[in-house]
Design a protein around this ligand. Structure first.
Ligand code: ZN
Length: 176
């Protein structure tokens, strides 16, 4: 085989970057649940950026985007095990009123925070009881099958600093 046959005739202005470990991927996405209700979307705003291969996003989506290039469009369905995990029934429990600040107004759906063994955790108030509130420490998307409609807008190499930090810097990323 001649040398030129290896790449001819696909010349392009810039190298085609693929979503792979150490690449920064920018994309638009819309997330819906099984009923088709939109849970989250980047459309209408700036694209969402993440550092591929660093668990910045849920495993099911990261796998589906592996090797994808700019312009890649896909519908990706992610089961709970590859998303935010199954719901843990033990993470739903009642907490007595005196465990909350006296002036704190507890409402169904509101978020409260606590110091967990691995740092701060967010809990959702599920219901109010006579003596306190039922809290859910599961991620709000735990137990849900997630439907992503994604479109990759750009793929670039991460900077050395981004690789060291394990996340994206600058526009749409960590500002520090
Ligand atoms: Zn950083």
């Amino acid at each position: 085989m001649r040398y030129s046959d290896a790449f001819f005739p696909s010349f392009q202005r810039t190298p085609h970057m693929k979503a792979a470990h150490g690449m920064v991927v920018s994309m638009h996405y819309t997330l819906t649940d099984d009923s088709g209700e939109t849970l989250d979307s980047s459309r209408g705003g700036e694209p969402f950026n993440y550092l591929h291969g660093h668990s910045n996003i849920i495993p099911g989506l990261e796998k589906a985007l592996e090797g994808a290039q700019t312009g890649f469009k896909s519908k990706v369905t992610v089961a709970p095990a590859e998303g935010y995990g199954e719901k843990n029934p033990e993470a739903v429990f009642e907490a007595p009123r005196e465990h909350f600040p006296p002036d704190m107004k507890l409402e169904v759906g509101s978020r409260v925070y606590a110091d967990g063994p691995n740092g701060p955790i967010t809990l959702t108030v599920v219901s109010l009881t006579e003596t306190g509130a039922v809290l859910d420490a599961n991620h709000p998307l735990a137990g849900k099958t997630l439907h992503f409609d994604v479109e990759i807008t750009t793929v670039r190499s991460a900077t050395q600093e981004e690789l060291e930090h394990g996340h994206v810097h600058g526009e749409g990323g960590h500002q520090h």
